[in-house]
Design a protein around this ligand. Structure first.
Ligand SMILES: NC(=O)c1ccc[n+]([C@@H]2O[C@H](COP(=O)([O-])OP(=O)(O)OC[C@H]3O[C@@H](n4cnc5c(N)ncnc54)[C@H](O)[C@@H]3O)[C@@H](O)[C@H]2O)c1
Length: 332
């Protein structure tokens, strides 16, 4: 992965803080930046959902620095941004069901932690902060494909937290002229996404089931659809947004592939990659889930020159091969 650069700038005079850099998307960014010679890549993570395994390949790299800490602590955020040119803020508690079970912790990490990072980055005068927003902000808006300016009511505490991130982004731009970019990710998947635990995402769960020869659960009738986005596309968007030379206001942009795949189609592709034929088991829809999701990615193309390079099929093949190699080692 990351065989092709998505930037024209020289990176060896630039330092980057990646919050949540031990997580799935954050560790992809770390890999990219170190591969292309960034002067410094600092990770701030408390390992609540991320893992040292995701970044340990860089521990001996002199350009890499690990800071174990929590974004809920403002002082930690200040220390983390110190000396950094760019901030990619990925740390948050993901998952709609997690936020339904424990809305307070999701609120503390995703809203207070986000605000702490905005204040710290503003005060340190960083050149750019890009943060992880979410397609969950579209909530109950029925329109498809989703365009940035038309959102509905949030359907979960998680969606509220991600919407509040955007509201703060807007206020920091208007009040302090600190302009940031929020990337509304649509179901990102790929190597290193955690298949374990009660809040695992659908693709790792399906791949793990296929590798074990088991039937996965599908919530609802399987015709629920998502705009599944391979992680390298999300990393490309982050790099382009971070290095965008000029920004006049807060911006929010959809980051997706721009194609809809149903859960039934997804299971079909994964079973064919695994060479098995197993019918899925169906159960009730999950609270807080939206029925369909599909992004219009025109704004991302216009604003930052985003052009997703990996289709869902290409991404699924890469993800499948990674899980097959890595999960089998740990005796699935
Ligand atoms: N994966 C997706 O499909 C998706 C979709 C929309 C938005 N997002 C957002 O993208 C970001 C990255 O998601 P991901 O899928 O890589 O998740 P992840 O759980 O793999 O990564 C999140 C990282 O943040 C760290 N973290 C959590 N709380 C922290 C805290 N209090 N202090 C410091 N570090 C903390 C975790 O340990 C983890 O390493 C998150 O903000 C998430 O809400 C992800």
């Amino acid at each position: 992965m990351y065989d092709k650069p998505y930037h024209n700038d020289i990176l060896n005079d630039k330092s980057f803080l990646i919050t949540g850099g031990a997580g799935f998307i954050g560790s992809g960014l770390v890999e990219y930046l170190l591969k292309y010679g960034a002067k410094k890549v600092r990770v701030l993570d408390n390992f609540s959902t991320g893992s040292k395994d995701n970044i340990q390949q860089h521990f001996n790299n002199p350009h890499f620095e690990l800071m174990e800490g929590d974004i809920r602590n403002p002082e930690t955020c200040r220390e983390a941004v110190n000396g950094m040119d760019y901030v990619s803020h990925q740390a948050a508690l993901g998952s709609v069901p997690r936020s339904i079970n424990d809305p307070q912790t999701s609120n503390d990490v995703n809203i207070t932690g986000h605000l702490n990072m905005l204040v710290a980055a503003r005060d340190a005068g960083v050149k750019r902060l890009v943060y992880a927003a979410s397609s969950s902000t579209y909530g109950d808006h029925p329109g498809l494909p989703k365009v940035e300016e038309h959102i509905g009511k949030p359907l979960s505490p998680y969606a509220i937290t991600k919407y509040v991130n955007e509201l703060y982004g807007d206020i920091f731009s208007r009040t302090y002229q600190f302009h940031t970019i929020g990337l509304r990710y649509f179901n990102v998947f790929g190597p290193r996404q955690n298949p374990r635990g009660p809040y695992a995402a659908v693709i790792p769960l399906f791949v793990e089931a296929a590798l074990k020869g088991e039937a996965p659960f599908i919530n609802g009738d399987g015709e629920t659809s998502r705009d599944f986005t391979f992680v390298e596309n999300a990393v490309q968007a982050n790099i382009k947004a971070l290095l965008l030379p000029e920004l006049k206001q807060h911006e929010v942009i959809n980051i997706a592939f721009g194609e809809r795949t149903t859960l039934n189609q997804l299971w079909e592709v994964i079973t064919s990659l695994a060479g098995v034929q197993i019918p899925a088991q169906y159960r009730d829809e999950r609270a807080g889930d939206v029925r369909h999701s599909l992004a219009n990615i025109q704004k991302a193309s216009n604003l930052i020159g985003y052009k997703p390079e990996f289709s869902v099929h290409q991404g699924l093949k890469l993800a499948y091969d990674w899980y097959a190699a890595n999960l089998q080692q740990s005796a699935v």
